[in-house]
Design a protein around this ligand. Structure first.
Ligand SMILES: [Mg+2]
Length: 323
């Protein structure tokens, strides 16, 4: 049976999770969140995540410099640590490279990796190199979160407001501009995304109930929070934070910016839920309420142009090629 026949990437993860056995009491959260949560000491948890970039799927050398690929490899892993309310600390980098690749490619890649490692104070402590037909860059990252700061996907409560940070849809708008050979401000958002380590810790301190990073589009992230929290949701499409640049660029590529925000990916913003009482404190930051958590029996609904409908699933790595 093909992966697409069992329901795609997320069904595949469920299938793996169902056969997974945990042998240690120190695993607080295993498969199913942005990072694994491992008991560490009296005050903190250790977080463990990994993410991969594959040539001609996640990036193309036609569009990205080696440095940009290295930067993105660190950003996307740091984003998963941020989404748990933690800070990254250690990483190992594994590369699969075609045997005829230039050494300068690897120099450039590591320039990007080291630049981000310096910015976020992440220690690169090892890795592995092997060969393959296309370039693969995999990072595994360890981070730490104070016990009071840890935020899971599974903590959403009925009545919570759903928030989204920054603005979304820009990365996919940028990718589409590149594909169509057009220019626009969103291109940089695709090639050099930034995770929200600057914001996630502050949100965790305020006391939010659940959080996830936006790697596959807002619709998909809300669905993950609902699945893990056994809840439903209403998302108001007209409240999605979309920048003027993204709206302008969407016109050039003939896409609806709301679709890019809901079903695009790699914005690395944060989607989170919090009690309504936290609204005043949260307003200090660049976050926007986009919906509400409801009982599971209502499912996940999208209100768009006054009409209520179900949501499509987000980016699925086995159904669509990105580059
Ligand atoms: Mg994530």
């Amino acid at each position: 049976m093909k992966i697409k026949d069992i329901g795609g990437e997320f069904a595949l993860i469920r299938r793996i999770k169902n056969k997974n056995k945990i042998f240690s009491k120190d695993v607080a959260v295993g498969i199913g969140d942005d990072a694994a949560v491992l008991k560490y000491d009296k005050n903190s948890y250790m977080l463990f995540t990994t993410d991969m970039l594959v040539e001609n799927d996640h990036f193309s050398l036609k569009y990205s410099s080696p440095e940009q690929i290295g930067m993105k490899a660190i950003e996307q892993n740091a984003s998963d640590i941020a989404a748990m309310g933690g800070l990254p600390k250690y990483a190992v980098v594994s590369l699969a490279l075609p045997s005829d690749i230039d050494a300068e490619f690897v120099d450039g890649l590591y320039n990007g990796i080291n630049k981000k490692a310096r910015e976020y104070k992440i220690n690169i402590v090892g890795g592995n190199i092997t060969h393959s037909r296309e370039i693969v860059v995999n990072v595994a990252m360890l981070g730490f979160a104070g016990k009071k700061s840890l935020v899971l996907r599974s903590g959403a409560k009925i009545g919570d407001l759903i928030f989204c940070s920054g603005d979304v849809g820009a990365s996919t708008a940028g990718l589409e501009l590149l594909r169509q050979g057009k220019s626009g401000k969103s291109i940089k958002r695709h090639l050099e995304p930034r995770c929200r380590l600057d914001l996630a810790g502050k949100l965790a301190k305020i006391g939010i109930n659940s959080m996830i990073d936006v790697s596959d589009g807002v619709a998909s992230e809300v669905k993950h929070i609902c699945d893990e929290s056994k809840a439903g949701a209403v998302i108001y499409a007209d409240r999605l934070p979309i920048s003027k640049n993204t709206v302008n660029d969407s016109k050039k590529i003939k896409k609806n910016p709301i679709d890019l925000a809901l079903y695009g990916g790699e914005d690395f913003e944060l989607v989170f839920t919090a009690n309504k009482k936290k609204l005043k404190q949260l307003k200090k930051y660049d976050v926007k309420a986009i919906g509400e958590v409801v009982d599971k029996k209502y499912g996940i609904k999208l209100v768009r142009n006054g009409k209520k409908s179900g949501i499509e699933s987000g980016f699925d790595h086995f159904r669509r090629i990105r580059v």
